[in-house]
Design a protein around this ligand. Structure first.
Ligand code: NAD
Length: 432
C-alpha cells in the first residue's frame, strides 16, 4: 500500500470529489470496516459480485446518506464492476470521515460535506450526475427530481433507478400516475426486508438515539409525542416507551390510530398533545405537522425534532415569526424564545434527527436495506430493457432470499414445510 500522504496525492489528482477533509480518511476506514462486521448479507453479495461482475461497465449515481453503511454499499457495487459516484441525500447526514475514506482508499468520486448549504447540496448532485449514470439510486428521489426538472437529456442513457425511502416512493408513484416518469424505478423501500426493519427498528433506535445525544435529557417519566404511526412512528413509539416515556401518538389515518390505541398509546390531536408533551418527533412524510399554533401552547423547554425525510414537517419559518430570539445552545439544539418568554428547542434544524444528531440506522439493519439495493441494481441491469416507465416492487424471490441470508447470519433456524403441509396449504378441497 502507498504511504498515506501518497494516497492523498493520488486521490487529489485522479478522483473527482468535494469532501470536507481527505485527512479524515483513516478514521473513516476504521469506521467503515467496523460497520461491515454487522453487514454479513451485503458481504456475501460483495463476494459474489467480485467474481461475477454483474455491474461491469455500469455507472451508478447514488444519492444516499453518506454513512459508513453506505460506504459498504458503494464498495460492494464497485466490486460488482460498477463505476460509482456518490452524493448526499441530505445536507446534514454526511459522515465526513466515511466520505474521505471512499475517495482516498477506494477511488470513489464523492460529493458530500456535512452541513453543506442548499446550493452546494444541489451542486453536489449535479457533479455526480455529470457522470451520466446508467442507474440512479435515491433516498428521497432528489436525483430523479433534478433529472426530470433540469437535465431530462440524461434520461436516455438511464436503464433505471432505485428508491430507498417512503417519501421518495410516494413521489415516484405520483410521477408514474401523471405519466411523467422517464425511466423505471425499483421501490426498494417497499421490500419487506427493508421497511419492516429499517423503518421500524432502525428509525426507532436511531431517532431516539439522536434526540438523546443532542439533548442529554432524561426520557423516563416524560410525555413523548410521536406524530405519525407508520413504520417509523411505530419504531420510535416502541423505543420511547422502552425508556419509560408516556407515549402519545397523533395520526390522521383512523386505522393506524386504532392500532396505536391497541398498542397501548394515548391518541389525540396535535392541538391537545402540544400542551402536554415534553418531547415531540414527527415521522409523517407530511408538511407542517407542528405549526405556530402548536408551538405557542407548548411547555417551556419542550424539545421538538423531525425524523421524516424532508425538513418540512415542522413549520420553522412560522416558529421564527413568533419568536423574539434564536440561539444555538448545544450542537444540533436551537433555542427559540417566543414573545411570551417560553422556550422551544429544535433539534438538527428540523432535519432527520437520527442522521443529523446521531449516526443514522445501525449497520445490522442497513445490511438488509443495502443488500436489497445491490440486488435491485443487478436486477435492473438484467431486466432494464424489458421494463416500462413504472415503479416496480422488489421481486418476491429477492426479498425472501435476503431474509433467509439474514436469518442464517443470525444463527437462527426455522421449520420447513412438510410435503403434507405444502399440499394442505395449496389445496382448497381439504377440510375437517
Ligand atoms: N429517519 C430516517 O432515517 C427514516 C427512515 C425511513 C423512512 N423515513 C421517512 O419517514 C417518514 C415516514 O415513513 P414511514 O415509512 O413511517 O411512512 P408511513 O407511510 O408508514 O407512515 C406515515 C404515517 O404518518 C401519518 N400522517 C400523515 N400526515 C400526518 C399528520 N399530519 N399528522 C399525523 N400523522 C400523519 C400517516 O397516516 C401514516 O400513518 C417518510 O418521510 C420516510 O421517507 C425516515
Amino acid at each position: 500500500m502507498l504511504p498515506l500522504e501518497e494516497d492523498y496525492k493520488l486521490a487529489l489528482t485522479t478522483v473527482k470529489c468535494d469532501v470536507k477533509d481527505l485527512a479524515l480518511a483513516d478514521r473513516g476506514k476504521l469506521r467503515v470496516e467496523y460497520a461491515a462486521q454487522e453487514m454479513p448479507v451485503l458481504a456475501l453479495i460483495e463476494e459474489r459480485f467480485r467474481k461475477e461482475k454483474p455491474l461491469a461497465g455500469i455507472r451508478i449515481v447514488a444519492c444516499l446518506h453518506i454513512t459508513s453503511e453506505t460506504a459498504n454499499l458503494a464498495i460492494t457495487l464497485k466490486a460488482g464492476g460498477a463505476e460509482v459516484y456518490l452524493c448526499a441525500s441530505n445536507p446534514l447526514s454526511t459522515q465526513d470521515d466515511s466520505a474521505a475514506h471512499l475517495v482516498v482508499h477506494h477511488n470513489i468520486p464523492t460529493f458530500a460535506i456535512k452541513g453543506e448549504d442548499n446550493n452546494t447540496y444541489y451542486n453536489h448532485i449535479n457533479s455526480a450526475l455529470d457522470a451520466r449514470p446508467h442507474i440512479t439510486m435515491d433516498d428521497g428521489a432528489d436525483t430523479v427530481s433534478v433529472i426530470h426538472k433540469e437535465r431530462p437529456d440524461l434520461a436516455d442513457g438511464i436503464i433505471g433507478g432505485t428508491e430507498e425511502t417512503t417519501t421518495g416512493v410516494i413521489r415516484l408513484r405520483s410521477m408514474e400516475r401523471e405519466g411523467v416518469l422517464l425511466y423505471p424505478i425499483v421501490a426498494v423501500n417497499d421490500a419487506d426486508t427493508k421497511h419492516l426493519f429499517d423503518n421500524r427498528y432502525g428509525t426507532g433506535q436511531s431517532t431516539v438515539d439522536g434526540m438523546i445525544r443532542a439533548t442529554n435529557r432524561l426520557i423516563a417519566g416524560k410525555n413523548f409525542v410521536v406524530a405519525g404511526y407508520g413504520w417509523c412512528g411505530r419504531g420510535v413509539a416502541m423505543r420511547a416507551k422502552g425508556l419509560g416515556a408516556n407515549v402519545i401518538v397523533t395520526e390522521v389515518n383512523p386505522t393506524k390510530a386504532i392500532e396505536a390505541v391497541m398498542d397501548g398509546f394515548m391518541v389525540m390531536p396535535m392541538a391537545d398533545a402540544a400542551k402536554i408533551g415534553d418531547f415531540f418527533c414527527t415521522l409523517t412524510g407530511d408538511m407542517h405537522v407542528i405549526r405556530p399554533e402548536h408551538f405557542k401552547v407548548m411547555k417551556d423547554g419542550a424539545v421538538v425534532a423531525n425524523s421524516g425525510h424532508f425538513d418540512i414537517e415542522l413549520d420553522l419559518r412560522g416558529l421564527a415569526d413568533i419568536s423574539q430570539e434564536k440561539r444555538t445552545v448545544r450542537d444540533f439544539v436551537d433555542e427559540y424564545t417566543l414573545s411570551s418568554g417560553q422556550r422551544v428547542y429544535i433539534l438538527g434544524e428540523g432535519r432527520l434527527v437520527n442522521l443529523a444528531a446521531a449516526e443514522g440506522h445501525p449497520s445490522g439493519v442497513m445490511d438488509m436495506s443495502f443488500a436489497n439495493q445491490a440486488l435491485a441494481s443487478e436486477w435492473m441491469v438484467k431486466n432494464g430493457e424489458s421494463l416500462q416507465r413504472k415503479v416496480y416492487s422488489v421481486p418476491e424471490e429477492q426479498d425472501k432470499r435476503v431474509a433467509e441470508l439474514k436469518l442464517k447470519s443470525m444463527g437462527v433456524d426455522i421449520d420447513v414445510l412438510t410435503p403434507e403441509q405444502q399440499e394442505y396449504l395449496n389445496s382448497w378441497t381439504l377440510g375437517t
